[in-house]
Design a protein around this ligand. Structure first.
Ligand code: SAH
Length: 222
């Protein structure tokens, strides 16, 4: 499969996407640029055809390999939590379908470049094809273990982790720039805490913003 329906008919239409955005706003997403980005990204191309008709429901959906595309509300919440100020260089850990990647890459005034790491090769290949179809040129992909981060490209102004570690990997904390922010779900149960880490001269300020359910951050590659 190398083609994607970007035409915007039926369930893929802009109107359907606008309804989703309204729902996100009703549920407390108040970052205008983030809402605009969600309105612009065709979520249906990030989902298998059999489920594409559900693309604009506010729900997580399976993407194969035991993984899921995140719920739009959570994508919007994590993105707005990261972008309390511009974050030119952002690292995403857990590319999955590439949907969250595409939202981050569609915030031109706030994010210049997105670096994204995924441990499952088939997922990252597919995500790369989708972003190419969207003509997203400001993303770099890496097949690797996100526990290690991306040392060569560090430091990052923002790090967004879309799978849950039991505790935040030191390598990721190390790769955060001074003034940088990391948004990460932490915990080993079925419910985790979505945490925000702000790096300052004294160390890190940590805050919990929400309770969430993510797949676990696993070690090694596949
Ligand atoms: N942001 C994704 C959500 C994907 S689910 C989306 O919008 O679709 C989380 C992803 O993290 C899965 O694809 C899983 O394979 C990946 N993952 C888990 N552990 C990882 C690790 N150590 N390094 C990189 N990716 C990892």
């Amino acid at each position: 499969m190398g083609t994607f329906d970007l035409s915007g008919i039926g369930m893929t239409s802009q109107r359907t996407r606008d309804r989703l955005v309204k729902r996100l706003a009703d549920n407390g997403i108040d970052h205008d640029e983030v809402l605009t980005a969600v309105a612009s990204v065709p979520r249906h191309i990030f989902i298998d055809e059999a489920l594409a008709h559900r693309a604009y429901e506010d729900t997580a959906l399976p993407i194969g390999h035991g993984q899921t595309i995140s719920q739009p509300f959570i994508v919007a919440l994590m993105t707005q939590s990261l972008l309390n100020r511009p974050r030119p260089r952002v690292l995403e850990v857990g590319t999955g379908s590439g949907y969250q990647t595409a939202v981050l890459a569609s915030l031109p005034m706030l994010v210049e470049k997105v670096y994204t790491i995924e441990r499952i090769d088939l997922l990252i290949e597919r995500a790369q094809e989708r972003l190419r179809a969207m003509r997203c040129g400001n993303v770099r992909f890496k097949h690797g273990d996100g526990y290690q981060g991306w040392p060569k490209e560090s430091p990052f102004d923002g790090i967004l982790v879309t799978a849950a570690p039991r505790s935040v990997p030191d390598a990721l904390l190390d790769q955060l720039a001074m003034g940088g922010r990391m948004v990460v779900p932490v915990g080993d149960g079925s419910v985790q805490e979505l945490k925000v880490y702000d790096r300052n001269r004294a160390g890190f300020d940590v805050e919990t913003v929400e309770y969430v359910r993510f797949v676990p951050l696993l070690k090694g590659v596949r």
